[in-house]
Design a protein around this ligand. Sequence first.
Ligand code: ZN
Length: 545
Amino acid sequence: MKINYLYAFVLFFLISSCTEEGSERTSFDINVDGKVIQTHLSELSKDYYEGRMPFSTGEERTVAYIESEFKKMGLEPANEGSYIQSVPLVEINSTPDEKMLIRKGNKNLEFDLNTDFMIHTERQANRVDLKDSELVFCGFGINSKEFDWNDYEGMDLKGKTAVVLVNDPGFGGEDESFFKGNTMTYFGRWTYKYEEADRMGLAGLIIIHETASAGYPWYVVQSSWSGEQLGLKRDPNKLDCGIKGWIHLDAAKELFEFAGLDLGEQIRASRKKGFKPVAMNASITAGVNAVYREDVSKNVVGMIKGANQPEEYVIYTAHWDHIGISQAENGDSIYNGALDNASGTATVMAIAKAMVEAPQLPDRSVVFLMVTAEEQGLLGSEYYVENPIFPIASTVCNLNMDGVNPHGRMKDVTIVGYGQSEMDDYAEAVAKTQDRYILADQEPEKGYFFRSDHFNFAKVGIPPLYAEGAYDHRAKGKSYALKQKEIYNKNNYHRPSDEYIESEWDIDGMLEDAQLYYDVGLNIANSKDWPEWKEGSEFSRKVKN
Ligand SMILES: [Zn+2]
């Protein structure tokens, strides 16, 4: 009896506190207008925009649309009176020699393009060669103060070619505190290894592919690294690593054996502290013919000037670009990119409109930056942080949207890169007002934190938020949410079928995420806070405030 009474009391308490929360939630302002999201989303997903490829008619139309909408809603042009930031890009089409030659003493070993290796150049040159360049095994190719680790230590590598492993030494081990265990760090990404090769002045860099460590099979390496590559236009005087590429695991085993080394043994050694580069006493000869063309794409940028601290900035981002017109599937060759990323572009535009129409100006300035060429390697945002309109040291945080939940309202707010910065805490505070809970990235080994535009802000020390409702559908539960995610990844991701179908998209979840982003951005814009990086993050603010 007593227990029943207590139970009833607890139940009563639970119900009453629920109602209280419920009424709190309904009194909570919904500032962002779902109809506005829908209008921009359906517009930008139309065939008229031709899949929004940089340098195409699709780009011209997309940029014109965003620019005119920014103007209409009353955002100020943010770049010296203009809504446009020009982004000079270069498109390089590498044609590698069919064979790669390895020499040791008077013995030769040959590898075949595509099956054994893939290489390309990022130089604006018609021909780049490695001629008997000395091979050195450099572990994971990591030089990191944060992890007190240097795979290049003690060897002059000028003119040499480094052979390195994909991912970082923490992957595949038991110890979650060694690097970040199976959670991929920035130092595990090939993008990092390419950049470090430039800094080290290497002549060549070859990454050994392994499916589990890379997170994808060899055919992805093949398809990603053949044909045209877009990149930022670089200073032609800067002597960067001329040839970069990958070698298949089987070919790598052969290469090590040829050099008199055991690959397995070397991998084990390279996962231990104090590893030193190993001269392979062999050389590589390989080459690439290239043609390149320069062109200019565009970021679109508008702002609301802050009322009290206008010289401090909160920056929202979403990439407007997608992959254009390509291989037809079921008679459709336009890759509309409705989810990726008309959804994020539309949502950020709706957030901007709501902020412009709010009765009060934010204390700090709020910037809405719609970037180009994300799909080609986060280039628009990289250009922005290298050529910032507003000082990096005065930029408080970044809020990025890329693929906003189209499946309806979710109980979770999944933060990609959870644990990196205090942006988690700002998101959590708002999530609570929406009766939602925070979930950490469910696939941290895939390195999604490094795969959208917020990452370029992280790299220069600006803490970002990249989050969405994803895994726990309010009405239909977790398995439903997961199924929807899987269906999209399997059938629609980077395919012509990524289209906006009004009857199939449930915009309410998108709206809830939009409101969360609105509140997080505005809370920070109306505070004097500088969200910091958390202990153990590989990022930090470059300039102390
Ligand atoms: Zn995207």
